[in-house]
Design a protein around this ligand. Structure first.
Ligand SMILES: CC(C)(COP(=O)(O)OP(=O)(O)OC[C@H]1O[C@@H](n2cnc3c(N)ncnc32)[C@H](O)[C@@H]1OP(=O)(O)O)[C@@H](O)C(=O)NCCC(=O)NCCS
Length: 167
């Protein structure tokens, strides 16, 4: 599968099914990595998924099969529109270490720059060291922590907050 050409693009209305498939896979396979739960998301309607795509969502495809995902969520208040968060980052296990995550985050950064955003932020479960190391390699710096950010399976998980200046 790794020999298939990697294609990363911003998705639109025709891609709802691929978006739903890879997002639900992420929530099912890596439940401690996200604030949303599989159980809540599996109940969403097509319209909910389409609404979610009003802000940029990027999918990575190999041979038309979605294998990775990343999204961008911009702040709404007028004094904060120079800031946005990278969300939903996920790469299918069999595809890790092949540059998919690199390509997805680069695509989000490019889109954010084009939108005039100067600061990208994200929250990552502090004990998710392979993700933290990945973001550090992409130039993000740790800027703080949220203790007990997520309650997962009866255990409080801290979030590490990270930021990257792109202006
Ligand atoms: C975070 C993530 C997107 C990074 O993607 P990636 O392709 O693994 O990124 P990299 O190639 O830079 O590798 C990241 C780490 O995984 C390791 N790795 C490489 N190939 C791998 C493979 N086939 N399987 C598992 N891990 C692998 C790398 O060695 C690296 O670990 P290190 O920093 O300890 O050396 C991916 O690991 C993932 O989807 N994780 C689950 C969801 C998640 O945590 N999302 C982040 C939410 S904030």
């Amino acid at each position: 599968m790794e020999t298939d050409v990697l294609m990363i693009r911003r998705i639109g209305a025709d891609d709802v099914e691929a978006f739903r498939r890879i997002r639900l896979e992420a929530l099912r396979e890596e439940p401690s990595a996200y604030a949303s739960s599989y159980e809540d998301s599996v109940a969403l309607t097509d319209e909910d998924w389409r609404n979610r795509m009003r802000e940029p969502v990027f999918l990575a495809f190999r041979a038309d099969e979605p294998v990775g995902l990343a999204g961008l969520v911009r702040q709404g208040a007028s004094k904060m529109v120079h800031r946005a968060s990278i969300v939903m980052v996920y790469v299918r296990k069999s595809q890790r270490g092949t540059g998919v995550a690199d390509g997805l985050v680069d695509a989000v950064i490019e889109e954010a720059r084009a939108m005039g955003i100067v600061q990208l932020e994200l929250a990552v479960t502090a004990e998710n060291l392979s993700a933290v190391r990945f973001y550090l390699r992409k130039g993000f710096a740790e800027i703080g922590r949220v203790p007990g950010a997520l309650m997962h399976e009866g255990r409080e998980l801290d979030d590490s907050l990270m930021a990257l200046r792109i202006g």
